[in-house]
Write a protein that binds this ligand. Structure first.
Ligand SMILES: Nc1ncnc2c1ncn2[C@@H]1O[C@H](COP(=O)(O)OP(=O)(O)OP(=O)(O)O)[C@@H](O)[C@H]1O
Ligand SMILES: [Mg+2]
Length: 163
């Protein structure tokens, strides 16, 4: 073994290929992260709805906050784009959105400078496939839909209230 005088901890570029194992968000984790993001975006309202299918559930969380200027910030692990004030106060880690890693997810957002819609599925979560960013027209804010296991409304209500 070579003797190395100094060593510095760092993140391997391969870490992104493991996000579905590193982050395996429970419904509570997901709601905590999405509601925290809505609050940081200055939302005055968050709407949560669920579509119950036979063996899955599609949950939609919609806020009327500032919207996302650059969707790359969403899918870049460790990258944040909140205001300087928010950064100083809360020191965001740029990881919360990855609580959805591995789930079929659609994000639509309109900010002062950008409007887009995108879908993240399978290998797109682990950096092994491109994500198409499509034009979108909608009111200011962000809407995130994701698939989850089939759940009862009561469980959903409890998770939302806990968050
Ligand atoms: N609802 C939202 N409205 C506006 N921007 C958002 C929203 N959700 C995410 N973003 C943008 O995406 C970035 C990444 O979000 P993510 O939740 O992964 O990390 P974070 O909030 O910066 O930090 P962490 O969640 O780890 O505390 C945010 O910094 C922000 O720029
Ligand atoms: Mg967050």
């Amino acid at each position: 073994m070579n003797t190395t005088a100094k060593l510095r901890a760092r993140v391997s570029p391969e870490a992104i290929s493991k996000v579905t194992r590193i982050f395996n968000g429970s419904l509570d984790d997901i709601f905590n992260e999405l509601l925290q993001n809505a609050r940081r975006a200055g939302a005055s309202m968050v709407a949560i709805s669920a579509l119950h299918l036979e063996d899955a559930c599609v949950i939609t969380v919609s806020d009327d906050g500032a919207g996302i200027d650059d969707p790359a910030n969403l899918v870049s692990l460790g990258q944040s784009d909140w205001s300087d004030e928010c950064r100083a106060r809360e020191d965001p880690a740029g990881m919360g959105f990855f609580s959805l890693a591995g789930r079929d997810t659609v994000v639509s957002s309109a900010s002062a400078t950008a409007s887009f819609s995108l879908a993240i599925t399978g290998p797109a979560w682990t950096g092994e496939a491109d994500i198409d960013v499509l034009p979108w027209q909608g009111p200011r804010g962000t809407t995130i839909s994701f698939t989850f296991d089939a759940i009862r409304d009561g469980h959903l209500d409890r998770a939302v209230k806990a968050a």
